[in-house]
Design a protein around this ligand. Sequence first.
Ligand code: NAD
Length: 435
Amino acid sequence: MKIGVIGTGYVGLVTGTCLAELGNSVVCADIDSEKIWKLNGGIIPIYEPGLEDLVKRNRKEGRLFFVSSIKNCVEDSEIIFICVGTPQGKNGVADLSYVESAAVSIAESMNGYKIIVTKSTIPVGSTHRIKKIMTSRIGNKCEFDVVSNPEFLREGEAVNDFMIPDRIVIGADNEKSRKIMENLYGGISRTNRQILFTDIRSSEMIKYASNSMLACRISFMNELSRLCEKVGADVKEVSKGIGLDNRIGPRFLQAGAGYGGSCFGKDVRALINTMGENSVECSILDAVDKVNLFQRKLVFEKIKSLLGSISGKKVAVWGLSFKPKTDDMRDAPSIDIIRSLQLMGAKITAFDPVAVENSRKILLNVEYAEDMYSALDGSDALVVITEWNEFRNPDFSRMKSLMKSPNIVDARNIYSPIDMAKEGFNYIGIGRGIK
Ligand code: NAD
């Protein structure tokens, strides 16, 4: 099939590349000409494991193209995916300006029947709104259908998540578009993965409900972790214990610095907003958001409790991206934690395996270390903010010899409080009330 993808960010680039890998002919367009220039020069603008090889192979085999012209992308395609950003706008409302502008560009280039698929996360009702915007431009000139097909990939696992998804959700309002989408995803659904066909509004809701449910689990565990500290329980044990219940399952139950990234925060707030617009009282999600933001303050308080005065102290930070295996710094807890420390006069030396380039654009006056150990040189404390695998089994005696004082705040609970005490560290995790 001939596919067009508008927006070549984390979602668009993965979607386009994986659809090319399935044998389709894919043209990806982006208004960011530097991105397109890089992609055409073989440079992948994001860090996503496994993606580079796939892009190379599919470009070489003539199935994957990158263009700056939306017109070329649209004219050549039967199905067009909108994968542009929907960042948080004023008061938590989803900013749909990129999606709407993409819809206008598509409308201006229509040259026959096409399916316009909204893959960007957009509030319920938005796909119908896109249809209206397009119809007002096109009139009766061309027929088209709109379909909602939200994306559930996780950065760091995106290629696998796209190719072997838990489920594919397709919101369509007629048989013709449903059949075409079924054919498109045929290669993936052959692996017995379920395609859920539903109406457009439910499909849009499923995306927000999924992210909000996951955010809810994390905030629940974070709130519980505060109680664990007071009563001498270990939140890691509690999380293991409840996760063994089949009705609950083990995932997204880790207490820590809270969730971040380009999706959970903004999607929770957008859903809160949609509830408000529809006069539905929203108590749970308000609390989820509040608990999450407070968790970042708690990490700061823990560092303060180890250091006493923060002014003039050197704090080493391990991990900057909002989670491991990505370079994405959007809404990363590290940003708030580092800024609070800087505000109190701390000097920050940070290390992250892949996010430094993005971090430099956001966090000023931070010294970036070449490797995890040199970040520790002369430090008064270490705070682990992102649980990259390489931080899990470090050389503790080397760490101690480099640090001025052996203070560690483990904001992802990757170490054992008992082992750390044996190693001679002043250690604080999250919700680890055990002595
Ligand atoms: P991103 O910011 O990485 O990429 C968006 C891209 O769209 C950018 O390259 C931008 O230049 C381009 N763009 C903006 N307006 C355009 C236009 N009019 N025409 C062409 N290109 C345009 O965003 P992302 O992380 O890929 O997210 C995209 C959407 O997918 C969002 O709605 C997000 O909520 C959703 N989503 C993201 C993830 C994730 O893990 N990142 C997962 C699931 C869903």
